[in-house]
Write a protein of this length. Sequence first.
Length: 501
Amino acid sequence: MNTAPHCGSAPAPAGADSAGTTSSAFAAVDIGASSGRVILGRVAGRGVELEVVHRFPNGVVEIDGGLRWDFDALFAEVLKGLTAAGTVAAVQGERIAGIGIDTWAVDYGLVNAAGELTAPPFSYRDDRSRAAVEPVHRKLDPARLYSTTGLQFLQFNTIYQLASEKNLDGLQALLIPDLIAFLLTGQRRTEATNASTTGLFDAVAGEWATEFFTALGLRKDLFPPLIQPGETIGTLLPEIAARVGLPQDTRVVAVGSHDTASAVAAVPAQADDGEENFAYISSGTWSLVGLELKHPVLTEAGRAANFTNERGVDGTIRYLRNMGGLWLLSECQRTWEQEGYQPELPVLLASAAALPAGGPQINPDDPYFIAPDNMPERIRAAVRRTGDALPNDPAAITRCIMDSLAAGYARTIHDAERLADRAVDVVHVVGGGSQNRLLCQLTADATGRKVVAGPVEATALGNVLVQARAAGAVCGGLAELRALVVQGHDLQVFAPELSRL
């Protein structure tokens, strides 16, 4: 299914509104599990220009014995970012033509009838949902779950988190980006790409799997109605507009609110790559590795391989595995800093690159690595369990992480090709990991494919492009949006080094 809008008239000139008098910019609220940004995007002649106007940290905090998000602080930073966006735009003689929000998936907040958040949202890194897995599977066989939702099993999927809740009477669940949009607009909606990560979404119908709500004793209206990327959620509440200094008629537009959906929309696949022969790696805290398809793959073999079918922009399917990512390295760096060792990342990666190939590896997908706590020792312990040894040396540990991720990427891409019956010629790495030259080269070596690295801010680009298309500033489907990404960014290419295969 392709839900790309048809442009009924010529779009306004790049950066101009329909009257051609005031330049337009789009605000992308892009929040990951460890940091957030508010970014201004402008559609220009050679693509999309991005300007970061506000950065802020994010992370889990322990509250009442559980790992939760400090949502009040998070939302306050969003408001600061939107205030900064309005200020910067005003200086440039621009108006904010839209606001789009993307975050990580699966987590939610519970809101009462008065619109109040009942408690800080739990983080997927909290272990509470583990005990709910077996009771859910007693009511809904895993094979049945997969044949309907196509969702990869992860113990923190929304379905298991909800099953661990004690009392949902009178409450509504809002996924994190939808919760932010609700507080900005007063409108409750559930954006479809994120809904597809809950375990309660029908991958074929593109609607809620209401029979699963019934089987688990959940209300069918537990989540608000669905909305698609490109549709308007609402306009700013008067008090929000006054607080951030933006007009009340500023639109909040649904984008690929699962950050990976926005990132994949900005994968710079070119026409000669075709539509079906590239793989992508959205590399950040997690690694999302897979293919873009037109239809879900709901086979038992796919379930056994733990592949997921999540919605993308324009009704596409993100057929992928959610793998371990650079969380492993960032947590190691945090531990080393606490111990008084603070190596610059380029120096650390250069030292790791100088080490010989063929060193020990770990399984970066092991749930053992999900929670934070002395990651270097966790990695060394995992290596010991394989009968190997890893020195307590930051360079050696970093090389182990990089080798393990690259090998995992290669296995996952190979599995995706087999399960979806698609051949891959090129691998696109987007997100923060695209700056990691060692990881990109090792990925090229491990996959035997050309790796194209960049853009770093793919998520924000996808966010802005969907907004710009909704506003009529650009037209077309994903191919046209991606052409703007190719035009506007320098991409790095890594060829496999056969001597290292």
